[in-house]
Design a protein around this ligand. Structure first.
Ligand code: ASP
Length: 434
């Protein structure tokens, strides 16, 4: 086990977790798994979240202050947002194409529809209420939300990541603008802090195979029954096909075309982050791992990674957008509603905006889906139809979300000549062994 690459260790943990979960279901050990196994999964997620904010602060301050002039920052910012928007729109279009060809909604008959609405109507209502709260705000509210009035307030919640990014960028700009002799000690402090935090991530990752084991085992134990899955098979197949096309083909091809790096290089570098994303269903919790892999294994310079990835984790959600497109059309089909081209173009627009506003936590995409359904005139209660199968799809779309962030980090780095060789540190566990 010692010399095995990290992603293999995580995969073994995952498979063992699924098998153990199945065993628990078989022998009726549900409570045992919930009481004694699940907590270790929660601890693993907590550790990752714990490190996310300090990591953003240390690495972004170091990254921005290394830039030396502000014009570089705006160049990088423009490219990052631009490429994020383009990949998101491509992702939704892929989803819409697939769902229009396969038409999975037509496989849902009246009886199944009524049954699902009854079974999951209550759960769906919860998400609809949450979305309603989000809708009540004015058009410029997201802009207001970006600027915190108290930095400690902002840092006290992982949900306010953009506010922290705003403050840290502002602080970094301040460092660039003061005389260098004053800036040096501040930079040195954050430089050292950054190293400490990266080391802490390495230590957390030593526990990843066990954390993932616990997460998968408790997931299997809590899964709804198989009947529901069968009814939603075609819908799930559309989402999964779209996500796979993006993750396994589109992004690596983009990387190959713009940076010359091959598929194997890309996946070897990023796969541990993908596996953590799959197990945790949260791009925010995965952020520390994504950052470490992208910098050390894909060769993206720290000043680019520390800027592009935290922003990506909060606003770039290609997998979520693709899923929202498919789900909206699927629900419309199940209700026999005809969505014309204009309505579908509207979905591309609202899903792009909604994916930006989606929090990087489990099943947040579903809350934003309510808003998309409302805009397109599709019954919001239709959410009940897709509820049962959301968790596995959430796991997959989170993988796509972080793969997209990593791809964009490589493209932006290449475009400003900041893509170098991988540089795994000698004291790291995954330092290549001779
Ligand atoms: N779980 C997703 C993420 O964190 C968001 C979502 O689609 O629900 O990336």
């Amino acid at each position: 086990m010692k010399n095995l690459a990290l992603h293999w260790k995580i995969i073994i943990g995952m498979v063992a977790g699924i098998l153990f979960g199945a065993l628990c279901v078989q022998f009726g050990w549900h409570q045992l798994a919930i009481d004694w196994i699940k907590p270790f999964g929660t601890i693993f997620i907590n550790l990752l979240k714990l490190i996310a904010l300090p990591l953003i602060v240390a690495s972004l301050i170091k990254g921005v202050s290394d830039l030396q002039d502000i014009s570089k920052l705006s160049k990088m910012g423009g490219r990052t947002i631009g490429i994020y928007l383009i990949t998101t729109m491509i992702a939704i279009s892929v989803g819409l194409l697939i769902v229009n060809i396969v038409k999975p909604g037509n496989t849902i008959d009246e009886a199944t529809r009524v049954e699902m609405m009854e079974k999951f109507g209550g759960d769906a209502q919860g998400k609809i209420t949450m979305a309603e709260k989000q809708k009540e705000t004015g058009p410029l509210q997201p802009l207001i939300d970006l600027v915190p009035n108290n930095i400690f307030g902002a840092m006290s919640s992982n949900g306010k990541m953009l506010q922290v990014i705003f403050f840290v960028l502002f602080f970094g700009i301040g460092i660039i603008l003061i005389p260098s002799e004053k800036a040096v000690p501040v930079k040195a402090f954050f430089d050292g802090l950054n190293e400490v935090i990266l080391k802490m991530i390495d230590l957390i990752m030593l526990g990843a195979p066990y954390g993932v084991f616990a997460l998968m085992a408790s997931l299997v134990v809590e899964l709804p029954n198989v009947q529901v899955f069968i009814a939603l098979l075609w819908y799930a197949a559309c989402v999964v096909t779209g996500l796979l096309l993006m993750t396994a083909l589109f992004y690596p091809m983009l990387v190959k075309a713009f940076t010359g790096r091959g598929f194997k290089f890309f996946f070897n570098g990023i796969s541990p982050a993908q596996l953590v994303a799959f197990s945790t269903s949260s791009s925010a919790a995965t952020l520390p791992v994504t950052m470490e892999r992208v910098e050390e294994h894909l060769g993206v310079d720290e000043e680019v990674a520390s800027f592009v990835l935290p922003i990506g984790a909060t606003i770039n959600m290609d997998g979520t957008a693709l899923y929202q497109g498919v789900a909206a059309v699927f629900i419309a089909q199940a209700f026999n509603l005809d969505l014309n081209l204009t309505a579908q173009l509207g979905i591309i627009l609202t899903a792009t905006l909604a994916s930006i506003g989606t929090a990087a936590v489990p099943s947040a995409g579903m809350v934003m889906l309510v808003i998309i359904l409302g805009q397109a005139g599709i019954p919001e209660a239709g959410l009940a139809l897709i509820f049962a199968i959301d968790r596995p799809l959430d796991m997959l779309r989170t993988v796509t979300n972080i793969t997209s962030d990593s791809t964009v980090a490589m493209l932006v780095a290449k475009s400003i000549d900041k893509l170098g060789e991988p540089h795994v540190k000698e004291w790291d566990d995954d330092y290549p062994k001779k």
